[in-house]
Write a protein that binds this ligand. Structure first.
Ligand SMILES: C[S@@+](CC[C@H](N)C(=O)[O-])C[C@H]1O[C@@H](n2cnc3c(N)ncnc32)[C@H](O)[C@@H]1O
Length: 318
C-alpha cells in the first residue's frame, strides 16, 4: 500500500468509526513507531502477564512443537511485534532442519524492522517482511508458496482477543482457507481471570497503557491534521463480564469539539463520552479449542500456564 493510500484509508476508517455509537477506532491504528515501542514497554510491566507467560510456555515447549512439524517448513507470524517469540521458535525449528523460511506480517514497519534484525542473527533462517494487514499478508504468503513443504502460522500475544467472537471465527476460517491439510496454527491466548487482575493489565499504575492508548489521538493529529487535546481525554479499562472482554476507552473529560482536517469532519463530545479503541476477549481453554476447531482445525496439543491463566495451543488444518 502506498503512503497516500495508507493515509486515505486511515482517514476513511477514522471518519466512519468516529461516527458510530459508541465512537470507535480500530486497534490496529494504535501501532505506529511510538505505539509499537509503548507496547513493548507494556510487555515488561509486572501487571501484564501475557508476554512472560507465553515466552515461558514457548521456551519450555518449543522442541515439542518443532517435533510435530514437517521439514521443509515455512514459518509465518501475524503481528510479530518485537519478534522475541518467533526468534525463540525459529531457533528450535532450525536446529533439526537445514533451512527455515520465515514471513512476517505486520502493519507496523518498526515491528517488521526489529523482527527482521532479530531473525537475521540465526544461520539458515531467511526472512521476508510484509507490511500489510493480517488478511492481505496471509494471501501473499499463500500465493507465494511452491513445493511440498508445510506451513506453520503463529498467532500469539492473545491477538485473537482483539476480534469480537463472530469476527474471530471468521478470521480463523480465513486462516484455514489459506492453509493445506497438515499445515499448522500455533495460537497463544489469554484466559478468563479475576476482574481486578484484568483491569491492572490494561490500566497499569505507571500509566504506560494510558500513553499507548492516547498515542492514537496524537497519531490522528499528526497524520490526519486533527486537533485532539490529549489532556482532555482519560484512559479507562472496563471489563464486560457478559462478553468476557476488556474494553480500552478514551473518555472525554469535558464538552469539546474536535476537528480532523483529512476527514473533513468535526466530532462533538459531551463530558463522559468515550471512544472505544480496543477489545480483548478472554476465553476458557475448552471454549477456545471449540472456536478454532469450528473453523476447520484439529487440536494436537495444548499447554497451559495455570498461574497466569494463559494457553498455547497447536492446531493442524483438518
Ligand atoms: C498486541 S501486539 C503483539 C505482538 C506480539 N505478537 C506479541 O505477542 O508480543 C500486536 C502486533 O500486531 C500488529 N497488528 C495489529 N493489528 C494488525 C492487523 N490488523 N494487521 C497486521 N498487523 C497488525 C501490531 O503492529 C503489533 O506488532
Amino acid at each position: 500500500m502506498s503512503g497516500t493510500t495508507a493515509v486515505s484509508t486511515f482517514a476513511a476508517d477514522v471518519a466512519r468509526d468516529l461516527a458510530l455509537s459508541p465512537r470507535q477506532l480500530q486497534s490496529k491504528y494504535l501501532y505506529d513507531r511510538l505505539g509499537s515501542r509503548l507496547f513493548e514497554a507494556i510487555c515488561r510491566l509486572p501487571w501484564y502477564t501475557i508476554t512472560r507467560a507465553e515466552l515461558g510456555l514457548l521456551f519450555r515447549h518449543a522442541a515439542e512443537v518443532a517435533a510435530e512439524l514437517p521439514d521443509p517448513l515455512t514459518l509465518t507470524e501475524l503481528g510479530p511485534g518485537d519478534g522475541e517469540k518467533i526468534a525463540l521458535l525459529a531457533a528450535a525449528l532450525v536446529r533439526d532442519r537445514s533451512a527455515l523460511a520465515t514471513h512476517l506480517i505486520d502493519i507496523s514497519q518498526s515491528a517488521l524492522d526489529q523482527t527482521e534484525r532479530r531473525l537475521g542473527r540465526y544461520e539458515g533462517v531467511s526472512v521476508v517482511g510484509h507490511r500489510a494487514s493480517y488478511e492481505e499478508g496471509l494471501r501473499r504468503v499463500a500465493k507465494g508458496r511452491n513445493g511440498d513443504g508445510g506451513l506453520l502460522v503463529l498467532f500469539l500475544g492473545s491477538n485473537l482477543g482483539n476480534f469480537d467472537r463472530s469476527a474471530a471465527g471468521e478470521f480463523l476460517r480465513a486462516i484455514r482457507d489459506t492453509l493445506r491439510p497438515g499445515d499448522a496454527l500455533l495460537l497463544g491466548a489469554d484466559l478468563v481471570k479475576p476482574e481486578p487482575d484484568l483491569i491492572l493489565a490494561y490500566d497499569d499504575p505507571l500509566g504506560v497503557t494510558a500513553a499507548f492508548n492516547k498515542n492514537v489521538l496524537l497519531r490522528i493529529n499528526r497524520e490526519l491534521g486533527g486537533d485532539f487535546d490529549l489532556s482532555a481525554f482519560a484512559h479507562r479499562a472496563v471489563f464486560d463480564p457478559a462478553e468476557s472482554r476488556v474494553e480500552m476507552r478514551l473518555v472525554s473529560l469535558r464538552r469539546q469539539r474536535v476537528r480532523i482536517g483529512a476527514c473533513a469532519t468535526t466530532v462533538d463530545f459531551e463530558e463522559g463520552d468515550f471512544i472505544w479503541t480496543e477489545s480483548s476477549y478472554k476465553y476458557g481453554a475448552p471454549a477456545l479449542r471449540r472456536l478454532v476447531e469450528g473453523a476447520g482445525f484439529a487440536c494436537r496439543r495444548q499447554w497451559l500456564d495455570p498461574e497466569a491463566q494463559f494457553a498455547l495451543t497447536l492446531f493442524f488444518a483438518a
